[in-house]
Design a protein around this ligand. Structure first.
Ligand code: NAD
Length: 494
C-alpha cells in the first residue's frame, strides 16, 4: 500500500499511519535502521504514541551521506530544465494529496488543519519558486581588462549537503532547503526533528514518485541527533550544512563545521520586537499580531516576543488584544471549533510556564491566562502580560508559546534602542501611518526582515534570514538558490 491509495478528500488516519514510510531513505530505498532500532512519535494533543520510526545509528548516517556523494556528479550534470520538471512534479503530487499531507502534519505537530494546509501551501510556493529559479542560474563573460583574455564566471552546484530542520514547520522548513538544493543540482542528507518526522517521509516519497534519481535525497531519522550528525558534519564528505533551529545548537554546529571550513547557512532563533506607534491603525496592528503571535501556538521563530505599544494607546490596544485572545479555543485538531493547537512537548510546556512565572515574579501584571487547561496534551491558555520588567527572561529568550507581553514606550529613540537591545536579529515589526517614521525606524532596526504594517514576512520570492545571533545566509528569493551554488572564475588566455 502507498500514500496514493488513501482517499484524497477525507484521509483516514489509520490508513495514513499504515502507509506513510517509517524507515530511512538511503540511495532511493526505504530501509530500516541497521540495528533495527526505532523511536516513537507522539501526538502532542493527547500525549499518546502515534507510530514508531527508524532510529538511525551513526553508520546509517554515513551510508546516507555516501549515497549522496555517489549521486552528486551525475545529478550536477543533469539539465536545469529536468530538475525544474522534477520540482514541478513534486508540487503536483503534494497539491493533489493536500489533505493527506495536512493530516499527517496535524497528527504529529498538533496544528489545526487550517494551519497545516497553510504550511503545505507555503512549502509549495518554495517548490514552485525554485522550479522557476532552477533555469535562471546566471554566469558572466567579459574581456579581461588587463590581459585582454576572457573572464568567465560560472555558478556550479556546491555539492553534497547536510540539511537539518526543526519541528515547528516540518514541511515548509524542509521545502525551503530541499527545493533550492535540488534546483541547484545538489544531493542531500536531510534530518527532520524527532518530534515531527512523518510529513518529511511523505514529502521524500513525492520526490521519488516525481522521478528524482536514487541517492539525491536521503532521509535520516534519529533520536540521537548529535551522535549521528556530528560525524557527518566533520567527515569532509559534505560541502554545505544548512540548519534551521535554535541558536545554541546552531553555535555548536558552527564549531563542528569549522574543522573542514564547511559552507554554512544558519536560520536560528529570534526575539522579535513588535512596535505599535501612537499613529498606527490599531485594527491593522491587532490583526497582524494575532496571526503572528497565535500561529502554531506561538511556536514560530518570527513571533512577536516583545510588544512595545505607545503609552497613549496601550490601554486601548490591550482591550482589543484581550478580546481577540479570548476567542481562541485550544484543543485537538480533529474537534470542531478548535483554533489553537498544543505546544509540541512537555519540555516546551515547562519552558513557557517558567517564562510566564518569571515575568510575574519580577512584577509583570498577568492580564489573561497564565496556566494550562486541565486534561491531557501540552496545551497552554492564551496569555497576556502587561508591563513586563526589563530583567524578565522573556526580554532575552524566545517565548515560543501563546503569550503576548505588552510594554509601554514614549519616544521613537527609546523604542528603537529597546528593540535593538537583544543578541537576536531575525524579524522586527513596525506599525505606523507616518511614512518618514516608517522608513527611519525600519532602517534603524537591527533585523534581517522588517514587517511594516504587516505581521508576516516569509515569502518564497523574498530573501529571509537573520542578523546577529539569528543566523547566516538567506532562504527564498534568488539568494536562496545562491546558497547552494559555488561561484567559479575561469581566466581564459586567448
Ligand atoms: P533545535 O535546535 O532543538 O533542533 C533543530 C534541529 O536540530 C532538530 O532536527 C534537532 O533534532 C537537531 N539537533 C538538535 N541538536 C543537534 C545536534 N547536536 N546536532 C545535530 N542536530 C541537532 O530547535 P527546535 O526546538 O527544533 O526548533 C525551534 C528553534 O528553531 C527556535 O529557536 C526557532 O526560533 C528556530 N527556528 C528558526 C527559524 C528561522 O528561519 N530562523 C525557523 C524555524 C525555527
Amino acid at each position: 500500500m502507498s500514500l496514493e491509495t488513501i482517499p484524497v478528500d477525507s484521509p483516514d488516519i489509520e490508513a495514513i499511519l499504515a502507509t506513510t514510510p517509517t524507515n530511512l531513505l538511503i540511495d532511493g530505498r526505504w530501509v530500516p535502521a541497521s540495528s533495527g532500532s526505532t523511536f516513537t512519535v507522539y501526538d502532542p494533543a493527547t500525549e499518546q504514541p502515534l507510530v514508531d520510526i527508524a532510529d538511525a545509528a551513526p553508520a546509517d548516517g554515513r551510508r546516507a551521506l555516501e549515497a549522496a556523494v555517489a549521486a552528486q556528479s551525475a545529478f550536477a550534470a543533469s539539465t536545469p530544465g529536468s530538475r525544474a520538471e522534477i520540482l514541478r512534479g513534486v508540487a503536483r503530487i503534494v497539491r493533489e494529496r493536500m489533505e493527506v499531507f495536512a493530516t499527517i502534519l496535524s497528527m504529529e505537530a498538533g496544528k489545526p488543519l487550517v494551519e497545516s494546509r497553510a504550511e503545505i501551501n507555503s512549502g509549495l510556493d518554495f517548490i514552485e519558486h525554485f522550479a522557476e529559479e532552477a533555469v535562471r542560474t546566471e554566469g558572466n563573460y567579459q574581456v579581461n581588462p588587463v590581459s585582454g583574455g576572457r573572464m568567465i564566471v560560472v555558478k556550479q552546484p556546491i555539492g553534497p549537503c547536510i540539511l537539518i530542520t526543526p519541528w515547528n514547520f516540518p514541511f515548509s522548513q524542509a521545502a525551503r532547503k530541499l527545493a533550492p538544493a535540488v534546483a541547484a543540482g545538489c544531493t542531500v542528507v536531510i534530518k527532520p526533528a524527532a518530534e515531527t518526522p512523518l510529513v518529511l517521509m511523505a514529502f521524500a516519497q513525492a520526490f521519488l514518485d516525481a522521478g528524482l534519481p536514487a541517492g539525491v535525497v536521503n532521509v535520516v531519522t534519529t533520536s540521537s541527533a548529535n551522535a549521528v550528525m556530528q560525524p557527518l558534519i566533520q567527515s569532509g564528505l559534505a560541502r554545505k550544512l544548512s540548519f534551521t533551529g535554535s541558536t545554541p545548537v546552531g553555535v555548536e554546529l558552527l564549531k563542528q563545521a569549522a574543522d573542514h571550513v564547511l559552507n554554512v547557512a544558519m536560520e536560528l532563533g529570534g526575539n522579535a520586537p513588535f512596535i505599535v506607534f501612537d499613529d498606527a491603525d490599531l485594527d491593522i496592528a491587532i490583526d497582524a499580531l494575532m496571526i503572528n503571535k497565535m500561529w502554531n501556538c506561538g511556536q514560530t521563530c518570527t513571533s512577536a516576543n516583545r510588544i512595545y505599544v505607545h503609552s497613549s494607546v496601550i490601554d486601548r490596544f490591550q482591550r482589543l488584544l484581550i478580546e481577540r485572545m479570548s476567542g481562541y479555543v485550544p484543543g485537538h485538531w480533529r474537534d470542531d471549533g478548535v483554533n489553537l493547537g498544543p505546544l509540541i512537548n512537555r519540555k516546551q510546556l515547562d519552558a513557557v510556564s517558567a517564562i510566564v512565572a518569571d515575568a510575574v515574579a519580577k512584577g509583570a501584571e498577568l492580564v489573561l491566562g497564565g496556566a494550562r487547561p486541565d486534561g491531557p496534551g501540552y496545551f497552554y491558555r492564551p496569555t497576556v502580560l502587561r508591563d513586563v520588567p526589563s530583567d524578565a527572561l522573556l526580554n532575552s529568550e524566545e517565548i515560543f508559546g501563546p503569550v503576548a507581553a505588552l510594554m509601554a514606550f514614549d519616544t521613537e529613540d527609546e523604542v528603537v534602542r529597546r528593540a535593538n537591545d537583544t543578541e537576536y536579529g531575525l524579524v522586527a515589526y513596525v506599525f505606523t501611518e507616518n511614512l518618514r517614521r516608517a522608513v527611519r525606524v525600519s532602517e534603524a532596526l537591527e533585523a534581517g526582515n522588517v514587517g511594516l504594517n504587516r505581521g508576516t514576512v516569509a515569502y518564497a520570492a523574498a530573501p529571509f534570514g537573520g542578523v546577529k545571533k539569528s543566523g547566516l545566509g538567506r532562504e527564498g528569493g534568488s539568494e536562496g538558490l545562491d546558497e547552494f551554488l559555488e561561484t567559479k572564475f575561469i581566466a581564459l588566455q586567448l
